[in-house]
Design a protein around this ligand. Structure first.
Ligand SMILES: [Fe+2]
Length: 319
């Protein structure tokens, strides 16, 4: 009989109590699966459809403060993309949904969910379970943002620094979170250095083999110290879907009707009504009507240092 390696290590009673409520770090063995070596990642990239790969660059330019911008990677193969991430550039590759789409990674995702359920109890409240892989260069950073779903960051290779902030309106104004659920921006929220003084974790050193968890909607940001590989597991819960639908309605009221709603101060019946309305608007109009155009301003170019160069005339991303 083949013995299956346990991927999550040293989970204790404190972790069970903190799960979903506090920032916490737990050890794991994902690096021992062999699925996250440079060779395995290059082959994984070659198998993955291009429209599910976000190849981003963080320009060192005041016109793009703390922003990641899309790079046209043309027909570059996985080996070239890995080389770009290991270069002196500021490259951040998000391979979306690969963990739920490619069978060998899906096996790992299912095992992690099973192990987690063993620790925190059978939880059927996990919808739309998916996962992506992040491959990023030593000079890359993930700007200050909040995720609209439950997010587990399984850090696998390299050294990062992570900051996590309280999810109060001071750190995450309603208007900024509404932008995220409306799809106006890719989950970036305005950040100023003063916010770091109120961070819950500022910063935590994160090394390969560590899983970091935080409460739903907590703003966070990450700076790389070395080349890094991580896996991001995401899923929706009834609570996250309810809040997102209600704040979607508030976002529409603010933008189309000039109102100034507050989610925190809303009564339970008001929240419920807004969540119902939000679900209906999302179904009928979708998020597309709020989405800004995704313009391509940079191209992957193996011949330049950092692997990325500006295009002469920006154009709209095709997918
Ligand atoms: Fe995130």
């Amino acid at each position: 009989m083949v013995k299956i390696m346990k991927l999550i290590q040293n989970w204790n009673e404190e972790d069970r109590k903190a799960y979903g409520k506090k920032v916490m770090v737990v050890q794991h063995k994902l690096n021992e699966t062999g699925l996250f070596t440079d060779e395995a990642l290059a082959a994984m990239l070659d198998r993955h459809p291009n429209h599910l790969i976000d190849f981003q660059h963080i320009p060192d330019d005041p016109d793009y403060p703390d922003q990641q911008v899309g790079v046209d990677f043309g027909d570059a193969n996985g080996t070239t993309m890995i080389k770009a991430a290991k270069s002196s550039g500021r490259v951040w590759i998000n391979v979306r949904e690969v963990v739920n789409r490619q069978p060998e990674y899906k096996k790992i995702l299912d095992q992690l969910h099973m192990e987690l359920e063993g620790y925190v109890g059978k939880n059927k409240d996990r919808k739309n379970c998916r996962g992506g892989i992040l491959i990023s260069s030593a000079n890359a950073a993930t700007p200050y943002h909040a995720d609209p779903t439950m997010t587990h960051l399984w850090h696998i290779r390299g050294h990062k620094k992570a900051w996590v902030y309280p999810k109060t309106t001071e750190f995450l104004p309603d208007e900024a979170y509404e932008s995220i659920v409306l799809g106006e921006v890719d989950e970036d929220v305005p950040w100023t250095p003063e916010l770091d003084q109120g961070a819950i974790v500022a910063p935590a050193d994160l090394h390969g083999g560590e899983l970091v968890l935080w409460p739903l909607r907590s703003p966070h940001r990450v700076e790389n110290v070395t080349y890094c590989v991580s896996m991001v597991m995401e899923f929706s819960t009834k609570r996250s879907a309810f809040t997102n639908a209600g704040m979607f309605t508030n976002g529409v009221l603010r933008r189309k009707f000039g109102m100034n709603p507050s989610w925190e101060n809303a009564s339970s019946p008001e929240k419920l009504t807004k969540a119902v309305i939000g679900r209906i608007i999302k179904k009928t109009t979708g998020r597309k009507s709020f989405r800004r155009k995704d313009m391509v301003r940079f191209k992957l170019d193996e011949t330049v240092e950092g692997f990325v160069r500006a295009v002469d005339t920006p154009y709209e991303r095709a997918h």
